[in-house]
Write a new protein. Structure first.
Length: 308
């Protein structure tokens, strides 16, 4: 569904790979053919500074009035956008946010170009199954679209709905309460859990992706160590109230996890959590504030691997 992520970071940020950074994949540099790359001034030697320069200048030589860039040459533009999003991961959030807003301002020169970037930024940053999914980066794009005169009021109805979704359970805010019932019939709540971290896993019945995720978590050395040191508890929530069906799949949940179902359908009825895809993973701190929202296990491992 998504085009391959061809990293231009080696080409445009050569100092990045000389800085000893170990958490980014080393891949052969591939520059999108015919995309007019900019030259980073030599004064910018720090990897983050170079990324932040590109956040604002990556599109300097791109003609936003030429609709061939979103027509016959759309693949080139889309690949350039994928590379741009990857570069933003090296910049501060403020710089990345400003860069995305600047990109959308430039795109307003032509309605087709504007629609192209709006569509693909939603596709890559908002959609849950995107490998580049990042709600926080999508927010400045969404803010631009809601304020833009290029977007009609009918379309803004949906965009306002997305904005409301993204306000729920944002990183740094308290996670919405969850009342659940265990297999024994005991009623419990998320706030009652006492642990330095809580890994919250929303799953479904007979879900192959859920089974794969559970296996991935079970074999994670970082998560296993945190559990053994009693610093992390895992809570698996079935966001529905089909009791008998849920019980028939309980064998899929490891015995070391807590497990329950949403017996009052609060999640679905009140939309306390927007589950765009199942499974969905959240990491919470001891105060039940969201640390990571709707992320991959690799992202969870990356975070937990840095805690003391």
């Amino acid at each position: 569904m998504y085009c391959s992520r061809l990293y231009v970071v080696l080409a445009v940020l050569p100092c990045l790979w000389l800085s000893g950074c170990k958490d980014k994949p080393r891949e052969i540099a591939v520059k999108p053919r015919d995309f007019p790359m900019v030259t980073i001034p030599a004064v910018y030697t720090d990897p983050q500074m170079r990324a932040e320069y590109l956040a604002m200048h990556y599109w300097d030589r791109f003609d936003f009035r030429d609709t061939t860039g979103v027509g016959s040459a759309a693949k080139v533009s889309e690949q350039a956008l994928v590379n741009y999003i990857e570069i933003l991961s090296y910049a501060s959030y403020d710089a990345a946010s400003q860069g995305l807003t600047h990109l959308m301002d430039l795109a307003e020169n032509d309605p087709d170009v504007h629609a192209f970037f709006a569509f693909n930024l939603e596709r890559y940053l908002y959609e849950a199954d995107s490998p580049m999914h990042n709600d926080e980066l999508y927010m400045p794009v969404l803010a631009h679209l809601l304020a833009s005169k290029k977007v009609d009021d009918t379309r803004k109805i949906r965009l306002k709905m997305l904005w409301g979704y993204l306000q729920k359970n944002r990183p740094g805010t308290p996670a919405a309460e969850i009342h659940y019932r265990t297999a024994s019939g005991r009623q419990q709540s998320l706030s009652e859990l006492r642990s330095e971290y809580v890994l919250l896993v929303f799953h479904n019945l007979g879900c192959n992706a859920c089974i794969t995720l559970i296996d991935r978590i079970t074999h994670s050395a970082v998560i296993h160590e945190m559990q053994n040191r009693q610093r992390l508890r895992i809570l698996a929530i079935y966001p529905d109230k089909q009791l008998e069906e849920w019980k028939s799949h309980l064998h899929e949940i490891p015995p070391s996890w807590l497990s329950g179902y949403d017996y009052n359908a609060e999640i679905e009825d009140n939309e306390t959590y927007i589950l765009r895809a199942i499974p969905s993973v959240y990491l919470l701190d001891r105060n039940k504030h969201v640390v990571l929202r709707d992320v991959s296990i690799a992202a969870v491992e990356g975070y937990l691997g840095t805690v003391e």
